[in-house]
Write a protein that binds this ligand. Structure first.
Ligand SMILES: *[C@@H]1O[C@H](CO)[C@@H](O)[C@H](O)[C@H]1NC(C)=O
Length: 72
């Protein structure tokens, strides 16, 4: 959804800029939405990266435990 809104706002901003006369009102309406959607995308990417790091740490702990507590 965020990516779709991002592309939508970008296309509308381009349209507002290219059309004659320039539609500054439409551009002004979409500029904040575009920046907010980009920020949301960056938040999502950061979350995915943290998730991956947690999985890596968990996986390494499983390996460590199987080495430090061998079966009798
Ligand atoms: C910008 O985002 C708000 C909140 O999602 C929405 O209500 C508004 O219609 C959007 N503006 C434009 C020009 O699409």
């Amino acid at each position: 959804m965020t990516a779709v809104l991002c592309v939508f706002s970008m296309l509308c901003m381009r349209f507002a800029w290219m059309v004659r006369p320039r539609n500054h009102m439409l551009l002004t309406c979409h500029a904040p939405n575009e920046s907010v959607q980009l920020y949301q995308l960056s938040r999502w990417l950061r979350h995915q990266r943290n998730l991956q790091q947690k999985e890596d740490v968990a996986a390494s702990q499983i390996v460590t435990h199987s080495i430090s507590f061998p079966q009798a």
